[in-house]
Design a protein around this ligand. Structure first.
Ligand SMILES: CC(C)(COP(=O)(O)OP(=O)(O)OC[C@H]1O[C@@H](n2cnc3c(N)ncnc32)[C@H](O)[C@@H]1OP(=O)(O)O)[C@@H](O)C(=O)NCCC(=O)NCCS
Length: 206
């Protein structure tokens, strides 16, 4: 008798144009740390509150610990965590986390990209690839992105990909030193019958 697959769709490698997505690699520790430290001002307003210094929280050692924890979650099927490479260089992460199966079959999206690469549509392309994978091989029905109202770039990113704004979640997440309101945005598997990459391509004219 065949064993049930604990986490369909994982591990995976996704690619389109200049963007490649793959599981976090051990050898990316130093480059990840360099990127996260260089991007502190860019990332901090959207990151969970912590008492740790930014440089400590983003050291190569911290990457190794995070990677091990994430890999465990991916193995048991509660996370779908990708590194983003743009033109071969590490540039960010996209994760579908807190995956719930059963009747809900949903996950929560998180993402960031290096400021040097931002504004070229690469983050939205990466999120589009992950959405198609989550609705396809992973078998989810709903993806949710919770975004601070102040985060115009992130809201624009999901809006462009066809997400619907469902409402305001009051003092929802402990981010950058306080409980912050978030807008809940969602995309359902049936919202875009042609797929999310097709939507990205339509809106980018490629
Ligand atoms: C959110 C983030 C990933 C977006 O990356 P990006 O490279 O700018 O994304 P894209 O280029 O794919 O799309 C961004 C969209 O916002 C638009 N935009 C850029 N600056 C903007 C601004 N100040 N106000 C409104 N929209 C803006 C862009 O024009 C683009 O829209 P378009 O595709 O219709 O042209 C990036 O800003 C980031 O990593 N921020 C820090 C971490 C973060 O916020 N993560 C998400 C937490 S919910």
């Amino acid at each position: 008798m065949t064993q049930p697959v604990p986490h369909p769709g994982w591990p995976a490698r996704l690619a389109w144009g200049p963007v490649e997505l793959h599981p976090l690699r051990r050898r990316d520790a130093v480059e990840w740390s360099r990127l996260r430290i260089a991007n502190e001002d860019w990332l901090r307003p959207w990151e969970p509150t912590t008492s740790q210094a930014w440089a400590v929280r983003h050291s190569p050692q911290a990457y190794r610990a995070m990677r091990r924890a994430i890999a465990r979650r991916a193995r048991v099927g509660t996370s779908v965590p990708f590194a983003i490479r743009v033109e071969g260089r590490l540039a960010g992460q996209v994760t579908v986390d807190n995956v719930v199966r059963g009747a809900l079959r949903a996950g929560f999206l998180g993402y960031w990209i290096d400021r040097e690469v931002a504004g070229r549509g690469m983050a939205s392309l990466a999120v589009a690839l992950v959405c198609d994978h989550a609705f396809g091989a992973v078998g989810l029905h709903r993806l949710q992105a919770d975004i601070r109202p102040e985060n115009a770039r992130s809201q624009r990113l999901v809006e462009r990909l066809g997400f619907t704004r469902e409402g305001l979640l009051r003092r929802y997440l402990d981010i950058d030193g306080d409980w912050r309101d978030h807008q809940a945005w969602s995309l359902l598997a049936e919202d875009l019958p042609g797929g999310v990459l097709a939507r990205w391509r339509e809106t980018s004219g490629t």
